[in-house]
Design a protein around this ligand. Sequence first.
Ligand code: NAD
Ligand code: UDP
Length: 319
Amino acid sequence: MRILLTGSAGFVGSHLTERLLADGHEVVGVDNYISGQRGNTALFAEHPGFSFIEADVSHGLPDPGGRLDWVMHFASPASPPHYQQFPVETLMVGAQGTQNGLELARAHGAKFFMASTSEVYGDPHVHPQPESYWGHVNPNGLRSCYDEAKRYAEAITMAYHRHYGVDTRIIRIFNTYGPRMRPDDGRVITNFVHQALRGEPLTVYGDGQQTRSFQYVDDLVEGIVRVMGVQDHDPVNLGNPVEFTMLDLVDVLREVLDQPLATRTEPMPHDDPRQRKPDISRAKALLGWEPLVPLRDGLRRTIDAARRGERPTEAEHSL
Ligand code: NAD
Ligand code: UDP
């Protein structure tokens, strides 16, 4: 298949590109590097199945010509410090960028794949979160540029499906980590791993009792490929259902690194969700999928990559 992938130079985009190429597909990557890394494009530069267009997909999605089987929309800053540094760009890529992707898919008779997020559940009152939960989101808080952009993106994707018959997929990704995350992306696993390797105290925000469920990137990519293979248009949660507090995460890192780790308390960010854990019953039934990589193993792989200095290049925008 020939697949146009927006956000190809990002963390998830680079792993997905690698998998799609390995499966024998052609990938046309599109990215403007607002939160991605040029080195992630360079990884595939020599691959005959890969081509790349540098463009801001909010301003128009370039038509690469020829046949297109899928438009996969993964472009969006995803870490809270990134999207809060670029709130308008984040809203635009969720809104205009998604519509541009849908229009391109419609013009080519291609399928459209939308990368949504567990953030559509906000600070959830239902725990764990099934896809049927409508969420509890502050519509104008600091995280709203991301949360509401993704909620709109889901809405317009369903509108194009219902109204124009575009063959669409929506996944809701829960916290995902692994090699090739930008060392300065500000997400908790990146911060903790790099702080530990530098011998600095780990920055725990608030009391550290807030929870997240961490998914290794290979599990996510496997889930994405399976979603491409089923004819189902409703959102699907893709996440690891094992829940950790941030203090648990510190303990797991201590164990994996086999060294003492100091912590430093920092203020809790605004609107930071207290808890987050996917209900993956739907993904299990629909896809026969569930995550296979436990946090300890995924952290080991992430730490090994960080130790090897596996970072493609300097980021375009530093925080
Ligand atoms: P990332 O920041 O590493 O990658 C996003 C990529 O999109 C970057 O390369 C960035 O430069 C590109 N991009 C952003 N705006 C663009 C625009 N207007 N035009 C062209 N390119 C643009 O983030 P990620 O973690 O790889 O996330 C990828 C997708 O998965 C995002 O849509 C994100 O919302 C979603 N997601 C990720 C997670 C996670 O835990 N990693 C969780 C939920 C959802
Ligand atoms: N967090 C933390 N220390 C850090 C970075 C984040 O304690 O250095 C916390 C943050 O407050 C949140 C959790 O870790 O409760 C996950 O944050 P992240 O930015 O990784 O993802 P998100 O909030 O989008 O789920």
